[in-house]
Structures are given as structure tokens and as C-alpha cells.
Design a protein around this ligand. Sequence first.
Ligand SMILES: [Zn+2]
Length: 264
Amino acid sequence: MISILTIIFFVLGLIVGSFLNVVIIRLNTERSLGGRSGCMSCGHILSWHELIPVFSFLLLQGRCSKCKTKISIQYPLVELITGLVFAGLFLKFQDVFFLNTLIFSFTYAYYAAVFSLIIVIAVYDLKHKIIPDALSLILAIFGFVGLFFLNSNGVLSLPIHLPTLWGFLSGFIIAAPFAFFWLISRGAWMGLGDAKLAIGLGWLLGLSRAVSGVVVAFWVGAIVGIFLVIFSKEHGMKSEIPFAPYLALGTLLAFLFELHLFGI
Ligand SMILES: [Zn+2]
């Protein structure tokens, strides 16, 4: 039963991931979210069998069926990651699923929306080296509202309640060091976008998991950074490394695996 449900949520994630790809591509462009997807190069409108998450990419061997232009690896990767995240979210809240389907549905929808947003932010930052303020704002609103609706296990708990003092402060405490780095380096080490993003992540995770997530983000970022310096000619020490993808990874790991690295 658990494994079947995990697969169902994985497939749901694949489908949502393919929508997230559209959002990432069309965000801050003239194109609306409606309308059929087409090849970026020749405009060939994709038919249904070219729109199946991950599988179409493999079937087409990563090329447009008409003009054979390479399709970005972003598409299957975002789909796969969203699938894994959605499956992970189900596994985390599986107890709630069997206890109360309604509470599970609200809780799951909340985190599915939040992590979809985080995926969009991470990939957008990776592509454009900027975190759109609007997305950080929406995430912060989600995180803040969650303080009133979720219990300490992150599960919907009514009636609404006031957040704990530390819960309320967590967003600002997590954002503070990022804002500080931005200020003293005048934007060279860290963009202000990372600080704005951190507010929402702090509220979402609470202080203990958020600190753990940020530390994981810095470690992974440092390791990847070293590899990039060694193995790539383009990435000098001075080149800008988008940090949102690492923050997203740290957040996901801290959330799914309940990382509390420093007994706070
Ligand atoms: Zn084409």
C-alpha cells in the first residue's frame, strides 16, 4: 500500500514538475502560462506523446523530433526532482494520511506548493543568477501563515494559534547573516536575494532545522565550488555562484530528514 501510494505521489510530482518547467521558462517573459508548449528552436508544437514527463525526453533521446535540436536537461531533471520531492513529502506525512485524510490533504497541499515554489526559485537562480523578489515574498507569506496553522510536527492543526516567539523570530534570525554578508561585501559575496529567500525558509523550518539546512547548503556549496574551480576553466574564484539551489537542497534535506545538527 505504502509503495503504491509513494509511486502515485511520485507520478503526481512528475506532472507538477513538467508544469514547473513551463513556469521557470515563461517567468518574467511576455508568455502566459497557457498555450501549448513548443520546441524553442523550430516552434514545433509538442504532441501528447512528447509531453510525458521524463519518458518523452528519453524516448526522443533529448532532441526535438522535428529539427533535432538538443532539449535542455532542465526538463527531465526538474520533473524527476519534483517527483522525488513529492514522494518524499508523502513518506514524511504517511502517518497523517492513514490517521486523517482531510488533514493530510491540507498539509500535503501546503508543502507541495511550498517546495514547488522552492524548486522554481532554485532553478531560476541557477539559470539567471537572480531570485525574483515576488517568489521570495510568496514563500515568506506561506512560511508566515504556516506559523499560525501548523503544529510543531508541521501538520495542520486548528484552531489557528499564535506562533511561538522563536518560531516568529526564526525567519529574521536566518536572514540576518545573509543580509550582513551582503552589506559588508556590498553584494560581492552574497546577493540580497538570498537574505530575502532565507526569511521564508526560516519560518518554514523553524530555527533548529533552518540553521542545519543553511549549514548543509554552505558545505555542499563549498564542495561544488571547489570542484568547479578545479575542473572548469570558466569558473574562476570571482565568478558568481547562485546560492539558492544550495539553500533549496539544504532546506529539503533538513525538512525531510528532520536535521537538528545543533541542539537548539
Ligand atoms: Zn525543433
